[in-house]
Design a protein around this ligand. Structure first.
Ligand SMILES: Cc1ncc(COP(=O)(O)O)c(C=O)c1O
Length: 393
């Protein structure tokens, strides 16, 4: 019998993630499957931990790639940092902040929500007013809100958390590996990310890190962590004690290690500069074409760019046209801004000038198909000029 085998189409991925990955990572993903306790594999896990400390800019012992996507990292941080009745301040200015809040509620924590406008970061003055109320154990923040394209400025919130003695739980899903994430300098107690965005490997793993202070607090818990699979200390017994916990995917971890090796080779700060440079080029191009960015310049996230859908344009039709005609994937808006923005990812290996030019050309063509003219020539020139002006030293 002949079995029909579906073949994945060759796309250019420029949405919120996953993004296109480096050929070396594909090669690493084809490594033979080996056992989760094989000495050769334990070496891979050790190297991953070392490289993750480099991207998280931390010395934290409890730093690893947990099984599951970014959401599993979120659940691990929430479940390990909170116990029933703990007061937590959840800052929500987009879709993912709201998901953290739902998880905190499921832990029976005493949740206070601080809602901000979508497209703006959390306001330190409002955070301080809430913290003055006293008794908070944890504050949750989204560093890079993928639903809106906002990068949360960290200095003020870090200062406030310190002065009020509150632990910070930070979502770095769309920042780690593409934007500075300074875990130790900022004094973050728990942070998680994902493998498929700025890190540059496929989805399936969630880098996490916990401070020594957070680990001490875990040891003093009065209730066991409510998720056995995501109990950070049980997982640590596998990562460092090499005791069976779950059947870790050697395939995914070989891929992740190669993606991290590429970051090491490029240099983290060069990589962060590259993300910024490409972001600036895209913004210059988009604006010169006659389109508008959604977020104010001071809060824009280099890895995820939100472009306003022009008046009268059907967002889904444009995205469908891009996919069908050019094999190009970008993201649509979520929640409060569904239909109002496109989300354009420039992350990891896929943060590159050729992708910017390709995207702008395809977008211009798709808009023209709906009768909306753009100045593509000026857009391409502005993008390339800006890219050139921001050349790395
Ligand atoms: C900011 C943020 N947090 C959490 C998640 C959840 O990650 P995942 O879809 O990998 O589970 C995402 C996904 O895009 C995200 O952008």
């Amino acid at each position: 019998m002949t079995v029909k085998r579906p073949a994945a189409p060759m796309r250019t991925l420029m949405g919120p993630g996953p993004l296109d990955i480096h050929p070396n990572v594909y090669r690493a993903l084809a490594s033979p499957v080996i056992g989760h306790l094989d000495p050769a594999y334990i070496e891979v896990l050790d190297q991953i931990r070392e490289r993750l400390r480099m991207v998280f800019q931390t010395e934290n012992h409890l730093t690893q790639a947990s099984p599951g996507t970014g959401t599993s990292g979120m659940e691990m941080c929430v479940a390990n940092m909170l116990e029933p009745g703990d007061r937590v301040l959840c800052c929500v200015h987009g879709y993912f902040g709201a998901r953290i809040r739902q998880m905190a509620e499921r832990q029976d924590a005493a949740v206070t929500v601080l809602e901000s406008e979508w497209g703006m970061p959390d306001d330190p003055a409002r955070i301080e007013a809430a913290l003055k109320d006293g008794g908070y154990k944890v504050i949750t923040l989204v560093h890079a809100e993928t639903s809106t394209g906002v990068l949360q400025p960290m200095d003020d919130v870090v200062r406030l958390a310190k002065s009020y003695g509150v632990k910070i739980l930070l979502d770095t899903v769309t920042s780690l590996g593409g934007v500075d994430v300074k875990i130790d300098e900022w004094g973050i107690d728990a942070a998680y990310s994902c493998s498929q965005k700025c890190i540059g490997s496929p989805p399936g793993l969630a880098p996490i890190t916990f401070s020594e202070r957070a680990v001490e607090a875990m040891k003093q818990r009065s209730h066991p962590v409510r998720a056995w699979y995501l109990d950070a200390q049980l997982l640590d017994e596998y990562w460092t004690g090499h005791k069976y916990h779950h059947t870790s995917s050697s395939t995914l971890n070989y891929g992740l290690l190669e993606a991290l090796n590429l970051i090491e080779e490029e240099g983290l700060s060069n990589r962060i500069d590259r993300h910024l440079r490409n972001h600036r080029a895209l913004v210059a191009g988009i604006e010169a074409m006659g389109l508008e960015m959604f977020v104010a310049p001071e809060y824009r996230l280099p890895s995820l760019n939100t472009v306003r859908v022009p008046e009268g344009i059907d967002d889904a039709k444009v995205r469908g046209y891009l996919l069908e005609t050019f094999n190009l994937e970008i993201g649509g808006g979520l929640g409060a801004i569904a239909g109002k923005v496109w989300r354009v990812g420039l992350m990891g290996y896929a943060s590159s000038p050729e992708r910017i030019l390709f995207f702008m050309s395809c977008l211009s063509h798709s808009l023209a198909a709906q009768g909306h003219a753009t100045d593509l020539k000026s857009g391409l020139a502005a993008a390339m000029d800006t890219h050139e002006k921001n050349r790395l030293p």
